[in-house]
Ligand binder design. Sequence first.
Ligand SMILES: Nc1ncnc2c1ncn2[C@@H]1O[C@H](COP(=O)(O)OP(=O)(O)OP(=O)(O)O)[C@@H](O)[C@H]1O
Length: 614
Amino acid sequence: MSAHDHIDEIDRVLGGDASLRDAVVLQSWRRCVTDHGLDPARPNPAYIVPDTKLREHREQSERLIAIARSGLEALFRQVAGQSYVLLLADAQGVTVDFFGDPAFERDLRQAGLYLGSDWSENLAGTCGVGACIATGEAVTIHQTDHFDLTHTPLSCTAAPIFSTTGALAAVLDISLLRSPQPKVSQSLALQLVKTSARRIELANLMAMNRLEWVLRFSTLPEFLEVDPEAAIALDSAGCVIGMTHAAARVLAQAGGTMWQRPDTLIGQKLQRFFDLSIDDLPTLTRARPAQDRVVRLRDGRAMFAHAIMPQRSATALIAARTTLPRPLSALSGDDAVMRAVEKTAARLAAGTMPVLIRGETGAGKQSLARAIHDSRPGSGPFVAVDCAAIDEEAVRAAQGGTLYLDEIADLSEAAQARLVRMLTDDGVAVGAGRQPVRLRLRIISATSADPEAMVSSGQFRRDLFFRLAGASLTLPPLRARQDIDWLIDRLLRQRAITYPHHYRLSAAARMELKQRPWPGNIRELINTLNVALAMTDGAVIDLEDLPPPVLPVAGPVAADARTMPEAADDLETILRICGWNVARAARRLGVDRTTVHRRMERLGIHRPGTPSSA
Ligand SMILES: Nc1ncnc2c1ncn2[C@@H]1O[C@H](COP(=O)(O)OP(=O)(O)OP(=O)(O)O)[C@@H](O)[C@H]1O
């Protein structure tokens, strides 16, 4: 269709001629002329908002972007290789998230299929996003359905995403730069985009109501658990506190005409819509087969239901932990292994028995030692010594308190002998001619090595080992912890003090972090978050802000100097993971400490904060 024909058609239709186009298109054309004062003869190029404005829009939608991300990624995978572009626009029509083939970036930007493009109807004319915002319905605006000639090559299919209280929150759009002529070619795209929007709403409802009852529905029992059609959240009194858009429709229909506006559904009792009360929900959990969980709506229809219990509430979690001293209970979120470690540690904290803490590098051994020490009021000094450089002065400083021996596998033969002497009869003497002082202190030692094997091979003194390992605690590696979400959020909260925002992770970034092997454990997680905070533009840390994982999980590699990293970056990374502790890095690499020192010198690597000798 030529430009002239397009303008002519709009004029004729607005003049009252009949048209085969969808009613939604004709209504939008009318709004473009009468409400927005647009002229089809004057095309406008796609408008991309300035970066500062885009940042504002993204910040306002950050929670939704984070939740929508995984839905968008799944949808993008479904349409991979078919030249579709995905846009997430906010309720004002500004594109706040975008998935497209970078190979066509210039074309996409020019067409407005890009981050920051403004698709509000008053600017862009009839378009997928604009018509979806105006009607609250899913639409396809195909080729010459577009009002503005700039956009007539495009085919755009959009579906609305509603907040849990029924307000339009965003629009999910799937577009093509070039498409087959028949509009029906986009029916599958319309189904896909509606399904994705429904799933994003569901994910949002679930994320916002972890501590509440959620009731999910489906007309087919087979899909109830895997892909429910609708869901509502209920407070403990059985009142509706949130819903997906499909659920708003179900409730409105069940309750009759008086509930047509979704926001009026909020606060209503479950019984108004169902032959059901909050007390019946425990009978609708997974404990019974889906086909037996039939619920009846007030309008006579029946659906299958799945009730999800409130996750253990924060108060219940706190109550379960009040028996633990605060320094210990603060070490973990909801992880059963950590809880067991904390419980044993709490019992040990009261006495003075030596404790050996085992765990991978960065797993929190020193933090646990400190928490044991702090759990005993008036417990004197806490002195941490690096076993690679232990001296009498440090040991003496711990008198009356706790001596923390960091990495006992690093104790030289001479240091092991000295330590045995100190811990048996003589005590410790500092300075020539001084009388030895008998030690009154508690020893907590730590190792990431296998001390029993070192004892067997004669590298570690048996008598010393048994003096240090009175009791033993083993910390799980980060990759095995169930509370990594809690830990990430805690670390981000701690960083909110020094950074301008309260940072959040996008769903994709969080998923990525949860899948990493974390050979450097919590220390590596902290480093990763610090880099991500430095990289991110807004308050949401996204996948691309994360530095790549540093190393695969591995124990100490073969004692072969050829495994030493030859690149400065690699060695520096290992040193960073090991907290710039050369002995630890050497052990990780299976080489001698002097080899690491030599290689650092050759590659010009210096611990941050130490002056370079150059
Ligand atoms: N529960 C926790 N919450 C937040 N940060 C933690 C926690 N446990 C440890 N950390 C932090 O993780 C980092 C590593 O912890 P820590 O030094 O205790 O590990 P480690 O096992 O002693 O390490 P290494 O074996 O390398 O000496 C530190 O910055 C510490 O503050």
